[in-house]
Design a protein around this ligand. Structure first.
Ligand code: NAD
Length: 506
């Protein structure tokens, strides 16, 4: 019987209903999903985990049945009501123009922090385990923003652009989560991986927020590292890192690199944490090549389930099951994708049976001890919302400075385009620069810069003049009489600082 309490929290807005719940939504997933989910839920049952499951309909067959989001309306309602989704991997049909259900679920429900724990497991041989170098690190990847917004356009037949969205509230949410997680786990340091030397405004904002939030966590040593250097150091000295927070795409790549350090995707769990809804799943996919053969490795899903148990406060179950898993691996029991080839491999359910038989045993190093606060969040309980949350930084002075007009030209040289642009100038504006693929080609540039058929033409207001958005749009509209305008971007100053980048060579 699930424990369920519903109360109105005094310190929350009136429309927020506060629910504490031990019932979770479970989606078995596609491919090997049902097999590994069965194995994990059997292990939970054998350890008397007091969770109640509501199975929801999501995945490939629901895309095929015409649900464009890959889930039924009832599944969406259940997940929003219960707040926790434990899911198997899901396939996104190719060539049907539908978006990945895995990415959609993370974005729609604002599970802003993707936590992936990587550590050396006894019985899982890697170059580092052989060298006696232990790995125990956590990657926190921002989960909503960045290029995963999927906002892309073809500006000309030859030129595709994507928008990379990094926001102050989004960065703050995930960075604060990373510091809190570091504290809970007893880590002493947290690094921020970034590429702010190149992406000065997007990664620059993420780094700026990291440095601001770090001031509130003086007990955690904070540092930042450029992501390419980070990759090299992770491969040469992974033991030097405890926790790293990154933006979405860089975090995606770095976390798969880390999976490789500890034995591959079969051992990589993940938790997608939000303030209201959280999703727990393995990092790997549906493994269609081994589907139905009964040989899939359930470890990554089990480790994800253990993260979920801790998150919900089932710390005793989490420790017992984790110790049984570690003991089982140490005994050399393995599925076909890893382990000592001299020992015959076990199928998925036999592997789970071995773990069940070992419940109560601990590995030679003493295993994990039950820590009440390890990964358990004070606000793991679920809020039912009645309107969308909107976060804005207010009170910042803004100034409109100019406009970048992106135009298509299939034959004009930069100087010829500049002459056309000048014709459209009013007394309030200067033509300051033209770039091609981000490199300045006018008023100065190199004849060796190769061009494509999309230029950026920058108009800036003269010093001391105040301009309106309407005037800036007029420039673009007038210019469209001479060339095809592909896109327009306003140039702004916020708090006196310029909110746009200069061209390479400007
Ligand atoms: P994959 O992770 O499914 O498989 C890659 C390789 O790893 C395969 O050889 C597979 O057999 C092996 N493998 C993966 N998990 C395993 C396990 N538990 N035990 C043993 N071997 C395992 O990646 P893919 O082939 O690129 O993707 C297949 C499908 O999965 C695609 O439709 C993709 O969109 C989807 N996918 C879903 C998720 C998710 O649900 N979060 C994540 C990644 C990929």
């Amino acid at each position: 019987m699930a424990l369920k309490t519903t109360i109105f929290a005094a310190n929350l807005p009136k429309q927020v209903l506060y629910i504490m719940n031990t019932k979770i939504a479970v989606a078995k997933g596609d491919g090997i999903g049902p097999e590994i989910m069965e194995a994990v839920l059997r292990i939970f049952a054998a350890n008397n985990v007091q969770l109640e499951y509501e199975f929801v309909e999501m995945g490939k067959s629901y895309f095929d049945a015409g649900h464009s989001t890959g889930m039924t309306a009832a599944a969406k309602d259940t997940i929003e009501k219960l707040g926790i989704l434990f899911k198997g991997p899901m396939e996104t049909p190719k060539g049907k123009g539908v978006k990945s259900i895995n990415v959609t679920a993370r974005k729609v429900w604002n599970t802003y922090a993707n936590q992936r724990d990587f550590r050396t497991l006894n019985g899982v041989e890697t170059v580092f385990s052989k060298a006696g170098i232990p790995i125990n690190l956590t990657i926190i990847r921002e989960n909503i923003e960045d290029t995963y917004g999927g906002i892309e356009h073809l500006l000309t037949y030859d030129v595709a652009v994507g928008r990379r969205i990094i926001t102050r509230p989004g960065s703050e949410q995930v960075i604060r989560y990373a510091f809190e997680m570091a504290r809970r786990k007893g880590y002493t340091k947290l690094a921020c991986g970034h590429k702010a030397n190149i992406m000065k405004l997007t990664d620059g904002l993420f780094l700026e927020v990291f440095q601001e939030v770090a001031k509130e966590y003086q007990d955690i040593e904070s540092s930042d590292i450029i992501v390419d250097d980070l990759c090299m150091k992770l491969v040469t000295h992974p033991e030097k890192f405890q926790a790293i927070v990154l933006t979405n795409l860089q975090g995606d790549i770095v976390s798969d690199l880390c999976a490789g350090l500890v034995g591959g995707l079969g051992f990589a769990p993940s938790a997608n944490i939000g303030d209201n809804i959280s999703i727990f799943e393995a990092v790997h996919g549906t493994a269609p090549d081994i589907m139905g053969k009964g040989i899939a490795n359930p470890t990554a899903l089990l480790l994800s389930g253990i993260l979920m148990l801790r998150y919900m406060g089932f710390t005793k179950n989490a420790a017992t099951i984790e110790n049984a898993l570690l003991y089982t691996l140490e005994q050399g029991v393995h599925t076909g994708d890893f382990g000592d080839k001299a020992i015959p491999s076990s199928g998925t359910q036999a592997f789970a049976d071995a773990i069940i038989a070992n419940l109560g045993k601990v590995p030679a190093d003493g295993g994990v001890i039950e820590k009440a606060n390890l990964d358990t969040r004070a606000n793991a309980d679920h809020h039912i919302l009645t309107k969308n949350k909107l976060t804005v930084t207010r009170g910042i002075e803004e100034e409109m400075v100019g406009v970048d007009v992106f135009v298509e030209s299939n034959d004009l040289q930069p100087a010829e385009l500049a002459e056309l642009a000048k014709k459209r100038l009013t007394d309030n504006f200067d033509l300051v620069m033209i770039s091609n693929r981000g490199t300045q080609v006018w008023p100065t540039g190199s004849i060796y810069t190769e061009l494509v058929n999309e230029y950026r033409v920058r108009f800036e207001k003269k010093p001391g003049v105040a301009v309106t958005q309407k005037e800036l749009l007029h420039i673009a509209a007038d210019f469209s009489q001479d060339v095809k305008v592909c896109s327009v971007e306003f140039l702004m100053k916020f708090g006196g600082k310029i909110g746009y980048t200069l061209a390479q060579g400007q």
